[in-house]
Design a protein around this ligand. Sequence first.
Ligand code: ZN
Ligand code: ZN
Length: 302
Amino acid sequence: MNGSRFRLRFWGVRGSYPTVAADTLGVGGNTSCVEVEVDGRRLIFDAGTGIIPLGKQLCNGASSPPAVYVFLSHTHIDHVLGLCFFEPLLTAAGRTFIMGPGATHGALTRSLRHLTHSHLFPVSLDELKGKKEIFSLSGSETIRFGTPGHRPKIEGPGASDAIEGGELTVRTCKSSAHPLNGVMLYRVHYRGKSFVYATDIEEQAGGYPEIIEFSRGADLLIHDAQYLQDEYDSRVKPRTGWGHSTVDLAVEVAQKAGVKRLALFHHEPTHDDKTMKKIGNHAKRLFRSTVVAHEGMQIDLL
Ligand SMILES: [Zn+2]
Ligand SMILES: [Zn+2]
């Protein structure tokens, strides 16, 4: 792995549920998963179905797959659906660190155990062969990384949040703007570059000040943009309170935060490729540096 790289790759960009409809596959049908190759490490944001092909690639021909750091935005099913099929968790030589929101120590482990309840899955989380360590986060943490493959150092809100010498650092921000238990946002810094992962957020009109502040000046903002304005405002089926933003709100937050680039993410599964193209054109008219995230898309920040 190239240590000077800071590269993102989208493996799943859909919200809510995966889609296999032929007219959606240009953008891609897998649910949330973004791989980040940075500082000789592999970080993964969310374990939607996109993590399944990623895991296969990591283990392909490798006698021991690389250690991976998985950051969960929350544990709604579309964000963890791929976890039990993630090859490093099924391989004895695999080593996976999983971090995500949990109010108390052990809370995230308890949430994830629901996934492998005996009525839902034949093997329990604890029986999966790969080594794993699970850490609950409450927000406002600073996460640093020592030797590759070792446990990350998670510092609570009271600790210094200084970023020293461009070292790889992940910061967390807990938002309540998603039903019922909120969602974790992440900002990854490395050598003066940074991106924000902000999915499953229903922005308020004008955007939430704390999210705008958390995203301030980032090189890239990956933001929930599930709905069109007329869907959100629909009288027959209003999407208010469902926990997702409109394309226009994602753009507004990007502009107010002064980010360099915006990637629209967590696409509505019923939006076909033609609709996604229209959405991209509409968003670009409002904010030129917008891209519609699609499966296989790669963005280099360094
Ligand atoms: Zn979701
Ligand atoms: Zn959700």
